[in-house]
Structures are given as C-alpha cells and as structure tokens.
Ligand binder design. Structure first.
Ligand SMILES: CC(C)(COP(=O)(O)OP(=O)(O)OC[C@H]1O[C@@H](n2cnc3c(N)ncnc32)[C@H](O)[C@@H]1OP(=O)(O)O)[C@@H](O)C(=O)NCCC(=O)NCCS
Length: 205
C-alpha cells in the first residue's frame, strides 16, 4: 500500500533537458574569467524575445530604455540583429542589439548631422546588458568585439552608441574599444536622460 511518504518520492516531472546551443547561431565561446564557466555568444532571433525581456527585467538598472516584445520583433523583422551570451545551462546572461542605419544620423544624434551626414553606413549598439550575477567578466567587451567583427564584415564605417553620462561601467567599455565621446545632451528617446554619444570609425582590416 502506498503511504503519503512513498508517494512523496515519486518524481513529478523529468528534470529539464540541458540547453543544446544552436550550433549555427554560435559566433564565439569562451570561459568566464571569474569562475571558469563556459559561455557562448549567439545570434538571436524572435524565439529569444522572452529571454531578452527576462534579462532586461533583471539587468536594466534604469540604465537602458526598456524595450517590449514589439520592439524586439520589429528589430528582427527589419533586418537588424541582436546577440546574446549564454551560460552552460542555456541561460541568457548578456545581450545587445545591433541596428544598421544609413545617413542621415541626426535622429540618433543631432551633433552628427553635420559631421557624419555624408558617410553612408552606420551601426548602433544598444540595449546592452549583463546579468547582475555575471558582471565583471568582461562580457560587455566581448559583445562589442562581436559587433565590431560583424560591422567590419558588412563594410560598416561608423559605430555608435549612447549611454547615460553617469554610467561608468558602460563608458569604460566603449573607451577601451577606442570610442570617443562626440556629444553630450538629452537622449532623443527620453529627454530626462543626459547621455553621451560615442562613436568610432572602422577602417579596412
Ligand atoms: C554596463 C554593463 C553592461 C557592463 O557589463 P559587464 O559585462 O559587467 O562589463 P565588464 O565586465 O567590463 O565590467 C565593467 C565594470 O563593471 C564593474 N563591475 C565588476 N563586477 C561587477 C559586479 N559584480 N556588479 C556590478 N559591477 C561590476 C567593474 O567596475 C567593471 O570594471 P573593470 O572591468 O574595470 O573591473 C552592466 O554593468 C549592466 O548590464 N549594467 C546595467 C545596464 C547598462 O548599464 N547597460 C549599458 C547601457 S549603455
């Protein structure tokens, strides 16, 4: 006869299968310097939108303008891209969007209107975030590296981002990758935020 105790040991459900990385989408891999844990960087698609929203909920820290399902859906539908960093269990621990633009760039940064108007190819890095438990592993730098490789492959000449002037953890990553602050002012998306506009060019390799 089954007692309440023996019933309690009946497994309720099989443990979740470990995430198998989509081999086609993996663009880089490595070990986290802090723990040695393996990670992969992958191109994202619409199936990752729920994970992007979860990560954003955990990681935004008021430093990024919150995006919704429609925003990410439109991003993928219009030929733009996003990359994600995954831990060994398939959890998204970092992400960033990559939007390609053609001049004029005035809507992104008014100060670029005169300086960059004639140069045609631009890429904007945005919504970059690292899960709080995985910060300090250099993942933002790894994501910028992949963005630069992608941009170079596409013949993009200008790389842009904007960040709050108080966001030292983000700024140091852009400065380490030779970005320069080209302007400072209200964010075109939210005038209550004062942002730096950072930029660098990509020469042929
Ligand atoms: C900004 C952000 C993306 C940096 O990501 P990251 O992968 O941790 O980047 P790094 O590993 O290069 O760390 C950058 C700095 O964060 C700080 N840092 C290190 N460990 C940290 C931790 N556990 N928690 C918080 N900050 C930490 C350090 O000052 C580090 O600088 P260092 O490299 O000189 O030591 C991340 O802090 C984040 O998601 N912040 C909230 C969202 C945001 O600000 N996005 C950027 C919008 S422009």
């Amino acid at each position: 006869m089954k007692t309440a105790l023996t019933r309690a040991f009946v497994p309720l459900a099989a443990p979740p299968a470990p995430h198998i990385a989509d081999a086609h989408a993996v663009i880089a891999s490595g070990l986290l310097p802090k723990t040695g844990e393996a990670y992969t960087i992958q191109w994202l698609n619409t199936s990752h939108i729920p994970a992007l929203l979860t990560l954003q909920h955990l990681a935004a820290d008021q430093e990024i303008i919150l995006r919704d399902t429609m925003y990410f859906g439109a991003l993928f539908a219009t030929g733009n891209a996003a990359l994600g960093v995954f831990n060994q269990f398939g959890m998204m621990i970092g992400a960033a969007t990559i939007r390609n633009k053609t001049a004029p760039m005035a809507a992104f940064c008014a100060a670029l209107e005169t300086s960059d108007q004639t140069i045609g190819t631009h890429s904007i890095f945005g919504t970059v975030m690292t899960h709080p438990d995985y910060r300090g592993n250099g993942l933002m730098g790894r994501m910028i590296d992949q963005w630069m490789i992608h941009a170079r492959e596409n013949g993009t000449e200008n790389l842009h981002a904007r960040l709050r002037t108080t966001n030292e953890n983000s700024l140091k990553n852009f400065l380490r990758k030779d970005f320069k602050i080209v302007a400072e002012g209200p964010s075109p998306e939210d005038a209550t935020r004062t942002v730096y506009f950072v930029h660098r060019t990509l020469g042929p390799q």
